[in-house]
Design a protein around this ligand. Structure first.
Ligand code: GLU
Length: 379
């Protein structure tokens, strides 16, 4: 099998764990989670950065509170999530601690991955946790999100998280081992698809809309997740999580459907920054800063000679060289009022000027899309 088809060959992997796998009758399946965490830590030990998107707070909280079976009112499921999320976080903390690993909790709402300021913050925090060797555990912030601002299902949340952190692989652990041309339980002629190079209307039609009782996401939301992920350079794989050690099983050749990424995460992100965002302002640089950017460095405030426009942290801005030539576009780490104040100053002066210890870079190199011509001349 091709080497790209193993989790162990990826650099940053997001694993989505559904409620139905993790919780049975309101109780955590502790043995299953322990086995999964040993798979995950084994992958981390080979150098892969691992992020978990875990459901289960509502299902667990429902059990802890002794709520009846059947659909819950929004406020009841939010109360259940509030109680269950503590138990969920504790379970991850303990099962990772058995391997000497730390867990960090990130609770997101739709706005956090759509609004650029909060998007940058969440991305930076997850990046920092990974640098520290901790495992970020992400879930939707179910207790504060009302129906309009909810993801509602963690398949799409997982895809947004994967693209936000530029993961090169997203694993959806499911109660089914992949995509079939028709629901296999209903259609004996259903054919299994090991690889989906592109999501066509035919592929979408195969997804139907079925979901099991605990998870809101059926195959439909998984295909939607695949669309988000693959367009942003993240491969996605659906495999069964019903057995113990599903990540190990996957690398040992267990059945799975792979959705191929259409680009690399870095090139997709640069294309997004360079092409899809409306610039809200401009930042002028001196020659030294232009040179540094061509060498792949971040933009520091020291090299900024001028700032125009009204922008907020996370907005796109146009970056120009001393002669006014456009160098590229980037997501700026400061609001325009702060950018004006720190322009031309050393990064260590930032705290004294803005009143809090801000980021050292005006634009981080990962958030910068340089003009093609410049990339060619700089080699
Ligand atoms: N965020 C919800 C929970 O943790 C579950 C959403 C889903 O299963 O897709 O209970």
């Amino acid at each position: 099998m091709a080497s790209a088809r193993r989790l162990a060959d990826h650099k940053r992997v997001v694993v989505k764990i559904g409620s139905a796998l993790l919780v049975d009758n309101g109780r955590l399946k502790r043995d299953w989670l322990e086995a999964l965490m040993s798979d995950l830590v084994a992958l981390a030990d080979t150098g892969a950065e691992m992020v978990i998107v875990s459901s289960g707070s509502i299902a667990l909280g429902r059990g802890i509170l002794g709520l009846p079976k059947g659909p819950l009112k929004l406020e009841d499921s939010q109360a259940a999530a509030s109680v269950g999320q503590i138990a969920l976080a504790q379970a991850y903390t303990e099962t990772l601690a058995a391997h000497g690993k730390k867990a960090g909790q990130i609770l997101l709402t739709l706005g956090d991955t759509e609004e650029r300021r909060r998007y940058l913050n969440a991305r930076a925090t997850i990046g920092t946790l990974l640098k520290m060797g901790a495992v970020p555990i992400v879930n939707e912030n179910d207790t504060v999100a009302t129906s309009e601002i909810r993801y509602g299902d963690n398949d799409r949340l997982a895809a947004r998280v994967a693209t936000m952190v530029s993961a090169d692989c997203l694993v959806l652990l499911s109660d089914i081992d992949g995509l079939y041309t028709a629901p296999p339980a209903e259609d004996p002629d259903a054919v299994f698809l090991p690889e989906v190079p592109r999501i066509t209307p035919e592929i979408e039609a195969m997804a139907g809309s079925a979901g099991s009782e605990l998870s809101r996401g059926g195959m439909k939301t998984k295909i939607e997740a695949a669309k988000i992920a693959t367009a942003a350079g993240t491969s996605m794989v659906i495999t069964s999580g019903k057995q113990y050690n599903p990540l190990k099983n996957l690398d040992d050749g267990a059945r799975a459907t792979w959705f191929c990424a259409l680009a690399t995460p870095a090139s997709a992100r640069k294309a997004w920054i360079g092409g899809h965002l409306e610039p809200r302002g401009e930042i002028m640089l001196d020659a030294g800063a232009v040179k540094a950017l061509c060498l792949g460095k971040s933009l520091l405030p020291a090299g900024v000679t001028g700032v125009t426009g009204r922008f907020s942290r996370g907005d796109a801005v146009t970056v120009r060289g001393p002669d006014g030539v456009v160098i590229g576009r980037g997501l700026v780490a400061y609001d325009h009022t702060e950018a004006v104040l720190i322009a031309g100053r050393k990064s260590r002066e930032i705290e004294a000027i803005v009143g809090y210890p801000g980021r050292a870079e005006m634009i981080h190199r990962d958030d910068l899309a340089l003009e093609d011509a410049l990339l060619r001349t700089s080699g």
